[in-house]
Design a binder for this molecule. Structure first.
Ligand code: ATP
Ligand code: MG
Length: 250
């Protein structure tokens, strides 16, 4: 397996707040890696640093063998590194299908080609019926899925998903997880940030745990979830087994 993304000693501070401290790990090409950690652990900050929203305070990131230093978010997207947001970013003045098409137009497709591909993608996630609606009318879950489809239109190599699945219905969860697994089989790599442990258990081939800006542990998901350091990160101390069960089934 080759390494697609490599983080070496990445740090990010906002004044006195140390949101990321010496984060070092790698993501292999063609895999689904889970990233979990309690609220405020630094997961979204990590995604923001990887996509060039914030420059790191220290450390280096390499993607597909190339340093990302100095590249803008758009330049990173063009090299195949994209993300979705914890809170959706709809393009309010376009219809849903037009908002998805934007990804294809950025890739150089014609309007007709982008519309065809966007329609296929909407169908893939069961969203064909909202194609011509305004996103203003839609619930948050749908808006997040539209963001996801827009970045898929860029034909990315690595997709960073920041709690894409929070707030989706059980049917939507099933469809989205199936789509992610299908894309992963076809060469797309995912970093999946989620609090939903059933999703993490099903999708992750490798699991990374963060707390207070640092990597606590990483490895095979079932073993990582049982690790006492992970339990402590979530509960603040070695909790009773009933409490742990509740956390991991929340
Ligand atoms: N722009 C910013 N300015 C100041 N502090 C920030 C900023 N962005 C993040 N932080 C701080 O960095 C820490 C990590 O936040 P982050 O949003 O990365 O956590 P998270 O793991 O994504 O949490 P959640 O699970 O709640 O989404 C928090 O203490 C947060 O307040
Ligand atoms: Mg977050």
């Amino acid at each position: 397996m080759t390494i697609l993304l490599e983080l070496d000693g990445v740090a990010k501070s906002f004044g006195a707040v140390r949101s990321l401290v010496d984060v070092t790990f790698a993501i292999e090409d063609r895999g689904i890696v889970g990233l979990i950690g309690p609220n405020g652990a630094g997961k979204s900050t990590l995604i923001n640093v990887l996509t060039g929203v914030y420059p790191p305070s220290a450390g280096a990131v390499r993607f597909a063998g190339r340093s990302l230093a100095g590249l803008s978010t758009a330049e990173r997207a063009r090299t195949g590194l994209v993300r979705t947001f914890q809170r959706p970013h709809p393009i309010l003045d376009l219809t849903c299908i037009e908002g998805v098409m934007v990804g294809g137009l950025c890739r150089g497709l014609s309007v007709a080609e982008a519309r065809r591909e966007a329609r296929d993608k909407l169908e893939l996630l069961g969203l064909a019926e909202v194609a011509e609606l305004s996103p203003r009318k839609l619930p948050t879950g749908h808006l997040k899925l539209l963001d996801f489809l827009r970045v898929l239109m860029l034909h990315p190599r690595l997709v960073l998903l920041d709690e894409l699945m929070a707030g989706l219905s059980l049917t939507e969860l099933e469809v989205v997880q199936g789509a992610i697994e299908h894309l992963a089989r076809n060469g797309v790599t995912f970093l999946v940030v989620e609090h939903l442990m059933d999703v993490i258990r099903r999708l992750s081939r490798h699991l990374v745990v963060m707390d207070a800006g640092q990597i606590v542990t990483e490895g095979e998901p079932a073993a990582v979830i049982r690790d006492p350091r992970v339990v402590e990160a979530y509960l603040g101390a070695e909790g009773e087994s009933t409490a742990v069960t509740e956390v991991f089934h929340a």
